[in-house]
Design a binder for this molecule. Structure first.
Ligand code: WT7
Length: 660
């Protein structure tokens, strides 16, 4: 992997211009798109004031004093919409009631085929009941409420109920282990948990309750309350005073109203954890005003969602995509959001298309790894359904190769729907780079340029913008409303230059996002992948350090290095290189223990594709493991000079073991 202070490596040839591969706006789409180009002109002359256009997407209790306020030198701390007050739940629910109470807010489709429809009126009712219940359990403004739930409506309801109370939600993906849950609760000082008896995974019931109990027992404090959703029909035991059944809570408070608590624009709306480079989960906090404004605005512009649109963002609510484009964006606009308890790449190949057809999905937002599964299953599956409701197709999470892009465009969109490849991160909160549907031509393989109001560059190690085609680091050059609070308030620029994220120097501020990229002459950015110790597998983000940490805890293991190898299905596959303390260790039992350790530390969904036992790991003279060399070996690629290695003889050894 690239040393953050070194220069981006140049192993792969970025290739030349995409000019030949442009896909113009589909003619059938002309006239069906709502975004226009005029925001770009406005932002070009009027930044940051033009971000008021995003602010206008919301209803404010109190007007903001300034769109952006900065530190004295124009740098951080950045505050968006300072002085303004609003409530996110009121924006996503209450304000639609006068005109759209009977419009569908949420369509839920469960793992075993159940479905549930919430109108805005229904959503308002349940959110109020849950907010009243949580308030009586002691939840107050700024308290952190953790959810550990599968993708059921209760996740969205609890998120909105927290927002209503001014409490901070902390959604943890249900597939995470007890240890991972405990860390994420403890770091956030969370004293409230909403979990379930279990959930379904690939048709099988998984016991969630025991994992949640193990997690809470390991916390150094007692929880104030735990609410349990009965997902499996087990009628979970809630006899203890601090345990409550979700359904009983909703019934008990049905019909109650809780006034939305006005929040400052800069107040936290939620926390979410992601993987950083340090091996520790990285906490990201999003704000009430800036986040919601840019999320609503980008849902409108980039995904072309209008109030009557049906949007299916396939990501689990446990990830930022589920927060921004599954819950907050569509609901802020009064649209219908589709929530599925299943992942579209892990079901019967016709099920996603039957759902699109049944619900009249207009906007489909998913990840390349999912589209690769669709393509593998074959075009006959989408072809067997009426997909004419689809209007815009989106992708996020990892580089979208041109071939898979074309498949999506042809076989899902029928050549009529623009495909937007959107680049963003947990830290950015909202899409920052993308083409606009109906406005820009697409270049399969490239994400497009920075959206109006956003500045982006690709820079070399000294911070200078690179020439077209030259690889470097992707940076975001100006603050943006949905930026995580941690980025907005990081004033120690110098110290952060070497750190994993926020970067700024001498009066310039920019944020180095951790990706390697290159830009073409027209400003279309091609993202090559992470340049740090973060890997994307199946569209999910892991820290190699976190996995390594779990591996070296296993008895008998001396050292471990984890890298991602290119994989045609998942994009990346994880390979672990492990040295044992004693050469005579039985590696077959160890192999199993390693898999278990990773599952326990992070979650059962994290799978090591290959474990390579080796007497030694390649190291520099200063003792740093050369992960880049391991990547090259795993990919069967040539590698350059290995003379910088302290132990060059290990290379031949590793190659031989790879073939074992
Ligand atoms: C990382 C962020 C934002 C929701 C999903 C992931 C990669 C994201 C793209 C894209 C190439 C992409 C980057 C980024 N990524 N979108 N369109 N093309 N790579 O959020 O878990 O915070 O991961 O995902 O490497 O840094 P995340």
């Amino acid at each position: 992997m690239t040393d953050p202070d070194g220069s981006p490596d140049d192993r792969r040839d970025p290739g030349s211009s995409h000019e030949a591969d442009c896909v113009p706006v589909p003619s059938a789409f002309e006239g069906r798109a709502t975004p226009t180009d005029d925001d770009r002109d406005e932002f070009a002359v009027n930044w940051p004031a033009a971000w008021a256009r995003a602010g206008d997407a919301l209803e404010w209790e109190r007007d903001y004093d300034a769109v952006l306020s900065t530190g004295d030198d124009g740098g951080p701390p950045f505050e968006w919409f300072a002085g303004g007050e609003l409530n996110a739940c009121a924006n996503c629910v209450d304000r639609h009631l006068p005109e759209r109470a009977d419009a569908v807010a949420l369509e839920w489709n469960g793992h075993i085929g159940e479905s549930r429809t919430y109108t805005y009126r229904d959503l308002h009712r349940e959110v109020n009941a849950v907010a009243a219940g949580l308030r009586d359990l002691g939840v107050d403004a700024d308290d952190v409420v953790t959810t550990y739930l599968p993708a059921v409506p209760a996740v969205a309801v609890v998120m909105l109920a927290c927002a209503r109370l001014g409490a901070v939600h902390n959604v943890v993906f249900a597939g995470f282990s007890a240890d991972a849950l405990a860390t994420r609760m403890e770091r956030a000082g969370s004293r409230y948990l909403v979990t379930s008896d279990g959930y379904y995974r690939r048709g099988e019931a998984v016991d969630q309750r025991r994992r949640a109990d193990n997690a809470t027992m390991s916390l150094p404090y007692e929880l104030d309350a735990t609410v349990v959703v009965d997902r499996l029909g087990t009628n979970p035991d809630v006899s203890r005073d601090d345990r409550h059944a979700y359904d009983a809570l909703v019934d008990a408070y049905d019909g109650e109203r809780v006034a939305p608590v006005p929040r400052a624009a800069t107040d936290p709306l939620f926390r979410i954890y992601t993987s950083g480079t340090t091996g520790e989960p990285k906490s990201v906090t999003h704000t009430t005003g800036g986040y919601l404004a840019q999320v609503a605005w980008s849902t409108r512009r980039v995904l072309d969602v209008t109030a009557d649109a049906v949007v299916w963002s396939t990501a689990d609510p446990g990830w930022i995509t589920g927060h921004s484009y599954g819950v907050y964006g569509p609901l802020a606009l009064g649209a219908t959001t589709v929530l599925t308890e299943w992942s579209p790449d892990a079901v019967d190949p016709d099920r996603p298309w039957a759902l699109v057809e049944d619900l009249g999905v207009e906007v489909l937002y998913t990840a390349p790894t999912v589209v690769r599964s669709f393509a593998k299953w074959g075009a006959e599956h989408p072809a067997g359904h009426d997909l004419s409701s689809l209007r815009v197709l989106g992708s996020v999470g990892e580089p979208f190769d041109a071939e898979t892009w074309e498949w999506y465009y042809e076989h899902v969109g029928g050549g009529d729907c623009p495909v937007v490849d959107t680049w963003w991160q947990t830290e950015t909160g909202a899409v920052l780079l993308s083409t606009l549907p109906g406005v820009d031509e697409a270049r399969p393989g490239a994400v497009g340029g920075a959206l109006a109001g956003v500045g982006a560059s690709v820079r070399d190690a000294s911070g200078e913008p690179t020439d077209p085609g030259q690889r470097g680091w992707l940076t975001i050059d100006r603050p943006w409303p949905a930026m995580a609070r941690e980025l907005a308030t990081a004033t120690d620029w110098g110290a952060r230059v070497a750190a994993e994220s926020g970067v700024g120097r001498d009066g310039d501020w920019w944020y180095r996002v951790g990706d390697e990229a290159f830009v073409d002459a027209d400003g279309y950015v091609t993202v090559l992948g992470r340049a740090d110790d973060v890997v994307n597998v199946d569209g999910r983000r892991f820290s190699t350090g976190e996995i390594e940490h779990a591996l070296v805890e296993v008895a008998g293991v001396a050292e471990a290095a984890v890298i991602a190898r290119d994989d045609p299905d998942s994009g990346n596959a994880l390979v672990a290189y492990v040295t044992t303390a004693d050469e005579r260790t039985d590696v077959s039992t160890l192999r199993e223990a390693l898999g278990d350790a990773v599952a326990a530390a992070i979650g059962a969904g994290v799978r090591l594709d290959q474990v390579v036992f080796t007497p030694d790991l390649p190291k520099t003279r200063s003792g740093k493991i050369m992960r880049r060399l391991l990547e090259d070996i795993a990919n069967g690629e040539g590698y350059g000079d290995t003379s910088a290695l302290r132990n060059p003889e290990v290379v031949g050894e590793l190659e031989a073991r790879h073939q074992d």
